[in-house]
Design a protein around this ligand. Structure first.
Ligand code: DC
Length: 223
């Protein structure tokens, strides 16, 4: 039993978990694990090195050959470094998200990334966001949140976020990609996207980011 405080936030692409996790970790002054960034960084490194997204052995070898760094920026976007090079923007494209989802179906790749994710659990606490934080990586977490939102609402949010970052986006393509990514993330054999039995599910379709934050922040006070 690990007594370091922990909140897991799982949900599908664009459900708002990243924004919520960043804000919570900042307010609580806890560490932050953006597990999607790990899968994205691996996908980016694979493309850079000409490794196919289904070459499980080469991808597993790549997980230990590259240096991944994630630097929290006080509630803002994490800075992400690959072998010392700033790739923060490169990993946030929709293509990189889709590529991450493709290699994330491979069981040995997930296994190879497990200890790295667990190592983020450090005092005084951790906010961990992803797809399998509450089910596989931290099944003993005392507070598990699962965010729900329709594909349309998520595509709209994604569109806004990408625009803000100056990244071009097309709504129809965003919806298509989100639905495809949902299918892959929910139907894979290993660690599919699903709420843990003891997760609190929050439907965020009609809620503002502020409302979602307040609700989870209140829950965190009971830890
Ligand atoms: O949360 P995100 O959009 O940055 O994640 C990108 C992809 O990485 C997602 O579509 C599936 C994969 N992923 C995963 O399989 N497990 C996680 N815990 C986090 C992300």
């Amino acid at each position: 039993m690990n007594d370091i405080s922990l909140i897991t936030i799982d949900g599908s692409a664009g459900s708002g978990k990243g924004t919520l996790a960043k804000r919570l970790s900042h307010e609580l002054e806890w560490h932050l694990l953006d597990s999607g960034a790990i899968y994205r960084l691996l996908a980016f490194a694979a493309c850079k090195n000409g490794i196919a997204l289904d070459d499980e052995a080469a991808l597993v070898a790549l997980t230990s050959a590259i240096k991944m760094e994630f630097i929290a920026k006080g509630g803002a976007e994490l800075e992400v470094l690959l072998d010392g090079e700033d790739v923060t923007r490169d990993i946030r494209t929709e293509d990189c998200g889709c590529n991450a989802s493709v290699l994330a179906v491979l069981p040995k790749v997930r296994e190879a990334l497990l200890d790295r994710q667990k190592s983020f659990r450090q005092a005084p606490g951790l906010v961990a966001d992803g797809r399998d934080m509450g089910t596989v990586v931290f099944p003993d977490a005392p507070l598990k949140i699962f965010l729900l939102a329709s594909a349309e609402v998520r595509a709209e949010r994604r569109f806004g976020q990408l625009k803000e970052k100056g990244i071009d986006a097309n709504m129809d393509r965003l919806i298509r990609d989100i639905v495809k990514r949902d299918e892959r993330d929910c139907n894979r054999k290993q660690a599919p996207l699903k709420p843990a039995d003891d997760a609190i599910q929050i439907d965020t379709d009609k809620m503002s980011i502020e409302e979602v934050f307040s609700k989870v922040y209140q829950l965190s006070k009971n830890l």
